[in-house]
Design a protein around this ligand. Structure first.
Ligand code: NAD
Length: 439
């Protein structure tokens, strides 16, 4: 392999090989608040530090990026810690395939930043972060032994990071994986109820998306979901219960798509007798966005709202669970706004997963008011109220809704934790001083 090849264009596995050749198992990129520069653990990785330093959009002064190569199965594992003023960086761990190292890093950065905004806007005392594992195509990722080893090593990484980041479940990760993470660290949520956790957060997440849809309809002067047609992209953990809730709200029709043929077949039987139209679609197909419907709900992956898909949209509302739906937040938010499409920012409406996880350590009560308040219409910080506030402010100020919500969330994300202050930053500096990269 040519070492002159730009590191960012390496595949994750080429990068793993590169790290191994340099005898690097762990490395970090830490933003120094005093010098406003990115400190890197190894000089060989300086080009990546420069990439972060020059990227104002996705990097946005992340407090720390920590990478490791798993001892078993040569998998690139990372923790992206964006901002910890409100508390420990919290967000799930994604297990996904990436073509390039840049794609991997950008996904981690965008997802972590999204968590900062989501947690702040929900009023949680958490910062924002994300874990990302890049699938090594040479391994069998469905093998339970392989998964156990990978997630246990990720758990060990959490422990080594001393709590600046608390992980959770995300796309590609399941509850069994979280049990493996939990076997090696206390810095995780979303563990199974049998171990004292709140379990899979997808059902509350789907309930939150329904709240966002209802608020958007109210903003448009419409009564509610009854009689509406909703198009749902992705019928996974969130999409499937969302479809169920939509039928409970008496929608006229649900059109849904997925790339997973088995899932499409299963859901067809689950909703038999309902006005349900499931479609199997290829991975890079944009045609679903031109579906005739009132509400389009992206519940699959990120970056789906972009210059290719936005011109196709026929819905008057876009509201879904997928994280980071806007490929380029500034450009795509403005484009939706220009087209008069009401966009409910993802980090506002998909908060319930993290809300449920965030409360795990406080124990459980029936119909927990700390959780239910996010879903009611009255509480100032409920999804309904915040959505209405954002959409009204957007209209009054003639500014796209995501920009309004981001401004609110950004301001809130710098409020220091009322008891512990900006402790996450201190933890990160301790890791640097202690030589985390050699641990
Ligand atoms: P999931 O993996 O269970 O479901 C996603 C589904 O989308 C899968 O069935 C997949 O086959 C499908 N898919 C992928 N690409 C597609 C495409 N191009 N077209 C159609 N279908 C496609 O994930 P999930 O837990 O349901 O989460 C969905 C989204 O919501 C993700 O972006 C996730 O980050 C976000 N989210 C989830 C939660 C949660 O509680 N699970 C919370 C907040 C945000």
């Amino acid at each position: 392999m040519s070492t002159s090849k730009n590191l960012l264009s390496f595949t994750p596995q080429e990068f793993v090989l590169f790290l191994k050749q340099q005898n690097i198992r762990r490395c970090y990129f830490v933003f120094d608040l005093k010098t406003k520069t990115v400190r890197v653990s190894h000089p060989e990785l300086q080009p990546l530090a420069e990439f972060f330093q020059s990227d104002t959009r996705d990097f946005d002064t992340h407090e720390g990026i920590f990478l490791q190569v798993s001892n078993k199965y040569d998998t690139l594992q990372g923790a992206f810690v964006h901002r910890t003023w409100r508390g420990q960086a919290a967000g799930g761990v994604r297990y996904w395939s990436y073509h390039t190292l840049e794609g991997y890093l950008r996904d981690g950065l965008r997802l972590a930043k999204g968590m900062t905004h989501k947690n702040a806007l929900a009023g949680l005392w958490w910062g924002g972060g994300k874990g990302v594992m890049a699938h090594n195509p040479k391994i069998e990722k469905h093998d339970a032994t392989v998964r156990a080893a990978l997630y246990q090593e990720f758990g060990e990484m959490m422990t080594s990071l001393q709590g600046c980041y608390v992980t959770a479940e995300d796309v590609g990760t399941n509850v069994a994986d979280m049990t493996n993470v939990f076997s090696k660290t206390r810095f995780t949520t979303c563990i199974p109820p049998s171990l004292g956790g709140s379990g899979n957060p997808s059902v509350p997440t789907a309930r939150g998306v329904v709240c966002g849809m209802k608020a958007a309809l109210e903003f448009l002067g419409e009564k509610g979901l009854e009689g509406k047609t909703v198009a749902v992209q992705g019928m996974g953990n969130v999409g499937a219960p969302l479809i169920k809730f939509l039928f409970e709200k008496k929608v006229k029709k649900v059109i849904a798509c997925d790339i997973n043929q088995q899932l499409v077949e299963n859901l067809k039987y689950e909703f038999v007798g309902k006005n349900f139209e499931p479609r199997e679609v290829p991975l890079c197909d944009h045609s679903f966005f031109e579906t005739e419907c009132d509400i389009l709900s992206p519940c699959a992956t990120g970056a789906v709202l972009n210059p290719k898909s936005i011109p196709l949209i026929k819905a008057k509302i876009v509201c879904g669970a997928a994280n980071n739906q806007l490929e380029d937040p500034r450009r795509d938010d403005a484009e939706l706004f220009k087209r008069g499409i009401v966009y409910v920012p993802d980090f506002l409406t998909n908060r319930m997963g993290i809300v449920t996880c965030a409360n795990e350590q406080y124990g459980y009560v029936n119909n927990d008011p700390e959780i239910e308040q996010h879903l009611n219409k009255k509480w100032t910080y409920s999804i309904h109220q915040v959505t209405l506030k954002v959409l009204r402010e957007s209209k009054e100020e003639d500014v796209p809704p995501s920009s309004v919500a981001l401004k609110m969330a950004d301001k809130m994300s710098f409020v220091p934790h009322p008891i512990l202050g900006h402790r996450g930053q201190k933890i990160i500096y301790s890791l640097v001083v202690n030589g985390w990269e050699r641990s």
